[in-house]
Design a protein around this ligand. Structure first.
Ligand code: BES
Ligand code: MN
Ligand code: ZN
Length: 497
């Protein structure tokens, strides 16, 4: 998608379609008011006759509106003015993008970015608009022999700002929004790819391909390298599969040489059958999404490289397939992690923590500023927070606060959960230093508690995205979350948002 930024009156736009908001109760937004004056009350008359109520999600397409030089005017309902906030703004942009794509207009000029949104500045409104337009039009149809093509798809979007003085800020925000959208697009593609294609080897190739786009260096550790490092826990997960495990390292060195790096770790289980503790059959296909943490780390690295953020960031992706092959780990097996701590594997389906713990230990060598892991770790997190909020756990309240704020700003929200010492006892094992499961109560918390034992040497946070990384049902597909949260966190760290 091509974007540009402009200011000026709606009736003077030479555009295939000018998009204008209307509040509920048929109240015109400011640009609609201006257009209405130029059109000698055409809009007001039409609203009075009841053609449009202004309810959120509704639209009305008009042709040849008098007094204008555009081909069409699209009215988008905004809901009640008093309740118009972030969520309503994003919905209006999404509705506009969807409708424009279906109307036959190759380009659209959006006056929605002029609206006041809960005191969000112009940078926020532009960044989010660019992001939402692209993510609304996202399709994953590479395996459909017959694609449902849009006959005249939307190709160019102009975002309107009220004042020329905002141009520089808006242009910078546009670049950011497009970079985040590209990162999310990569995360969604990787998530949606089936397990027979998106294997650990495939993820490693994608990381190498990313590094060729510039701004990133990639390195891939093979099984023998992991053996040398003593990653006994990670390797125990890969044993049941024909697919060799990979450990991906991506570096972005945008900061000063002595600036400590931020390390992002993504769970890269390319298919989670449960292993010998086999999962039930229903919806097992969705376990192709068990590498969504890895996908979000790769997507975030892509976005930050595009934005050339002045930070040092390292992405780590431990990747394996969890299968019940003849050499698979058995319940009761005891393995030694890279940290030296031993683990009794009571359930081979609690494999995410087994690969992440070795990645956390590996992160120590970078003397990190902080470490954030991202994982579809527990079904229990879906029970706790549903599909709305990502579970946030941390051994450092300042870091947790930054991530919560980033989620709020990105509209990709997280919720802070406790990891009090009291929960640790659920992980006791009679035979090893710890068990890999803690029983039914507080399953997402005991998962995080397990990880915390490998994150003693740095500020650390864990994002459980089991409920937020993908959607089931008729809209099945990867969401690309938490790429927006992570990129906003990095933008804030770089002092750029
Ligand atoms: N990848 C799953 C978690 C998951 C399940 C995410 C369903 C989204 C939807 C993870 O590896 C897993 O199987 N976790 C177990 C842990 C349990 C055995 C302690 C779970 O949540 O049931
Ligand atoms: Mn599992
Ligand atoms: Zn899993």
């Amino acid at each position: 998608m091509e974007f540009s930024i402009k200011s000026g009156s709606p009736e003077k736009q030479r555009s295939a379609c000018v998009v204008i908001g209307v509040f509920e109760g048929r109240k015109l937004s400011l640009p609609a008011e201006i257009l209405n004056n130029a059109a000698q009350n055409y809009l007001a008359d039409l609203l009075r006759r009841g053609d449009m109520e202004g309810k959120a999600g509704t639209t009305l397409l008009l042709h040849n509106v008098p007094g204008t030089i555009c081909d069409r005017v699209l009215l988008v309902g905004l809901g009640t003015e008093g309740e118009f906030r972030e969520k309503e703004y994003l919905k209006a942009i999404a509705t506009a993008a969807q409708t424009l794509n279906e109307t036959g207009a190759f380009d659209g000029t959006l006056y929605l970015t002029e609206l006041a949104v809960n005191e969000r500045d112009i940078a926020w409104r532009i960044r989010q608009a660019a992001l939402i337009v692209q993510s609304t039009l996202y399709r994953f149809d590479r395996f459909k022999s017959k694609k449902d093509e849009v006959r005249r798809p939307l190709r160019k979007v102009t975002l309107i700002i009220e004042s020329r003085a905002d141009l520089a800020a808006a242009e910078a925000a546009l670049v950011q929004g497009q970079a985040i959208a590209a990162g999310m697009g990569l995360a969604r593609d990787l998530g949606n790819l089936p397990g027979n294609i998106c294997t650990p080897g495939y993820l490693a190739e994608q990381a190498l391909a990313l590094s060729r786009e510039g701004g990133l260096k990639a390195e891939v550790l093979e099984q023998k390298d992991m053996e040398k490092l003593g990653m006994g826990s990670l390797l125990s997960v890969a044993r049941g599969s024909r697919q060799p495990p990979k450990f991906i390292i991506l570096r972005h060195s945008g900061g000063k040489a002595r600036q400590k790096p931020i390390v992002l770790i993504g769970k890269g289980i390319t298919f989670d059958s449960g292993g010998i503790s086999l999962k039930p059959g229903a919806e097992m296909d969705e376990m192709k999404y068990d590498m969504s943490g890895a996908a979000s780390v790769l997507g975030t690295m892509k976005a930050l490289a595009r934005m050339k953020l002045p930070l040092n960031v390292i992405g780590l992706v431990p990747s394996a397939e969890n299968m019940p092959g003849g050499d698979a780990s058995r319940p009761g097996d005891i393995v030694t992690s890279m940290s030296g701590q031993t683990i009794e594997i009571l359930n081979t389906d609690a494999e995410g923590r087994l690969i992440l713990c070795d990645a956390l230990t590996y992160a120590e060598r970078f003397d990190p500023e902080c470490v954030i892991d991202v994982a579809t770790l527990t079904g229990a997190c879906v029970i706790a927070l549903g599909h709305v909020a990502t579970g946030l756990f941390a051994n450092n309240d300042a870091l947790a606060g930054e991530l919560l704020n980033a989620g709020q700003d990105a509209w990709d929200r997280a919720w802070h959960m406790p990891i009090w010492e009291d929960y640790q006892e659920q992980l006791k094992s009679p035979f090893a230093d710890m068990a890999n499961i803690g029983g039914r109560p507080a399953g997402s918390i005991t998962g995080a508690c397990f990880l915390s034992r490998y994150a003693k040497k740095f500020a650390w946070a864990h994002l459980d995205i089991a409920g937020t990384a993908w959607k089931s049902g008729k809209d099945k597909g990867s969401t690309g979350r938490p790429v927006p949260l992570l990129t906003h966190f990095l933008l804030a760290r770089a002092g750029m948002a």
